[in-house]
Design a protein around this ligand. Sequence first.
Ligand code: URP
Ligand code: ZN
Ligand code: ZN
Length: 463
Amino acid sequence: MSTLIQHGTVVTARETLLADVRIEGERIAEVGPGLLPRPQEEAIDAAGAYVIPGGIDAHTHLDMPFGGTVSSDDFETGTRAAAFGGTTTIVDFAIQARGTRMLDALDTWMKKAEGRAAIDYGLHMIVTDLAGAGLEDMDDMVREGVASFKLFMAYPNVLMVDDATIFRALQQTSKNGALICMHAENGSVIDILVRQALAQGKTAPIYHALTRPTLAEAEAVHRAIALAEIAGVPVYIVHLSSEDALNQVREARDRGLPAFAETCPQYLLLSIDSMNVPGFESAKYVFTPPLREKENLPKLWDGLKSDHLQVVSTDHCPFCFEDQKSLGKDDFTKIPNGGPGIENRLQLLHHYGVNAGKITLNRFVEILSTAPARIFGMYPKKGAIAPGSDADIVVWDPKAEHLISAKTHHMRVDYSMFEGFQVQGNARHVFSRGELIVENGQYVGRVGRGQYLRRAARGGAWK
Ligand code: URP
Ligand code: ZN
Ligand code: ZN
């Protein structure tokens, strides 16, 4: 099967050019001007549209047990929703339960994804326990293509690990080449603030945000980078939300350290003011780290522009308002932490980033596709429009109008954090390994066609 995408503007992280793209089977065969359709070849007219590498969302939580419930999108609904918005690869998180082997966790998550995913998926491993065979388990994971690990400095008694565990994991990556991703918030300090708030009868959702100060994030980011520096390895800070935290990354990068960080659309576009709504409604915005004062937003955009932040992921971790967020009606600590967004990342970054002149089109491609592909060991199979790369391609219509709403979105969740946001720019055709899976707002893919993606350690981004 071969397809020719004609007359479009190919946009990569480095260049913008008028060129046609020929897909043969699962791969890109040719990129260049004036390619002619062959007999029996499917031709797609991309005039007026951008032809970009499929989005890569390096931070999702599908079908994940958390906060006394399970995230509401599974690999079928979540990856289909991702595809609608132009994302063709995700990297989700498997969780090592304390006292168990990582291979068992990997097996559990493989079973969750197998036969369900619409797009390709990789996995990070969340490390909760390095006692026993933990370090060997990490090496096993790398052999299985799980080339990155997430460790938590927050959520005491649930996922949080101590500095010794973090340091040992970091040191192990100097041998096996994996990348440590840090959830950087000082969980012990936050725990005290939370107890004090509850003791004062402060139980509303807003206190989730008010008990997690930006300095608790900055302190943990600083510590994570310092531990990585001592171990002599790179580190990647997930879902960075504040200027204070960004300053720590900037300082490290300015010293030449391989410190990487992502932020998410919610931290770029929403502030704690969104929680200023009556009743329990603000539980929709209970995720971690929380929304910040609006002064932080332009600083994060600057961070993206100046490459102090390299990636925008979603941290998609949806819980329905009606029957899941409501678990914390009388106590904010019982609200499952997380919010939906897997479908809207490209739309939001295109509209509020590119259209608003905050980032260039090439940077848009870089932060949403090429940089995560490089950092997480998928490049150039993913994240590129080049001969030999997987034909994960989005024909992006920059003029398409789209109203973001829970009434029309495809995520299995009953609200949108971006309800009523009117954006210009949307995916028109989405190809995953050469197969057309979304066409003009219709899903034309197949359940379970997505494949597990083995990722390489030492993706090379820090060389
Ligand atoms: O609130 C969040 N972010 N939920 C998902 C788990 C995490 O910390 O990434
Ligand atoms: Zn986290
Ligand atoms: Zn997360």
